[in-house]
Design a protein around this ligand. Structure first.
Ligand code: TZP
Ligand code: MG
Length: 215
């Protein structure tokens, strides 16, 4: 899937710990019905085999909805599960190494933690750049300095890639993030921890659309 057709509006990044004991697959399906356009499976503590099994099951769930599945960090898992691509951070596999092992049409997303990361990524053919974190978030306490809206606006001027924002995104700040240059939003807790994940997805999606209308 090429960057131009990649639906970045509402990107769900999974975190089993944020699901409040509820079934992750149920949450993802509700969220997709509510308007999630892209899903990233993010697992930090699974054995390789269990990660592949979970990814394969997730791919099966998403396929009828035509929602692409992206795997966090693990290219081997993405390939084995037939996922649509990978998302890597600054300490994961390097862009050039990724391109050597992934099929050409794969989605590749990369996190940018600072402006040097944004500039470097301009030399690469990637599907999106994640501005990370937009705000400090309890979901991932070990992040670098938050970009904030002003930082996002600067990044949008410098980057030639579509930007997604991640970190502390909720219905209150979506519209502003879109207006400051984001093409889409990536969320964990705003959906995974919501009482009604499908309804939460609907509200977030509406906020993205409204932000795009008023840009
Ligand atoms: N990367 C940067 S912040 C973050 C990740 C995975 C967590 C975002 O979680 P939330 O709950 O949407 O703030
Ligand atoms: Mg990583």
């Amino acid at each position: 899937m090429s960057a131009s057709t990649l639906p970045l509006d509402l990107y769900l990044v999974t975190d089993e710990a944020a699901c409040l004991g509820r079934d992750l697959f149920w949450i993802v399906e509700e969220a997709v019905k509510g308007g999630v356009s892209l899903v990233q499976l993010r697992e930090k503590n699974l054995d390789t085999r269990d990660f592949i099994d979970k990814a394969s099951k997730m791919k099966e769930l998403l396929a009828p909805y035509n929602v692409p599945l992206i795997i966090n960090d693990r290219v081997d898992v993405a390939l084995a599960a037939g996922a649509d691509g990978v998302h890597v951070g600054q300490s994961d596999m390097h862009y050039h190494q990724l391109r050597q092992v992934l099929p050409g049409q794969s989605i590749v997303g990369i996190s940018a933690e600072n402006m040097a990361n944004v500039e470097e990524a301009n030399d690469w053919e990637i599907s999106y750049l994640a501005i990370s974190p937009l705000f400090d978030t309890p979901t991932k306490p070990d992040t670098g300095t938050a970009w904030g809206m002003a930082g996002l606006q600067q990044a949008a001027k410098v980057s030639r890639h579509p930007l997604v924002v991640i970190g502390g995104i909720n219905t209150e700040n979506v519209t502003q993030a879109i207006q400051h240059g984001a093409s889409g939003i990536a969320v964990v807790s705003a959906i995974c921890s919501a009482a009604f994940p499908g309804y939460a997805a609907e509200q977030l999606r509406k906020a993205v659309i409204s932000g795009k209308k008023n840009r």
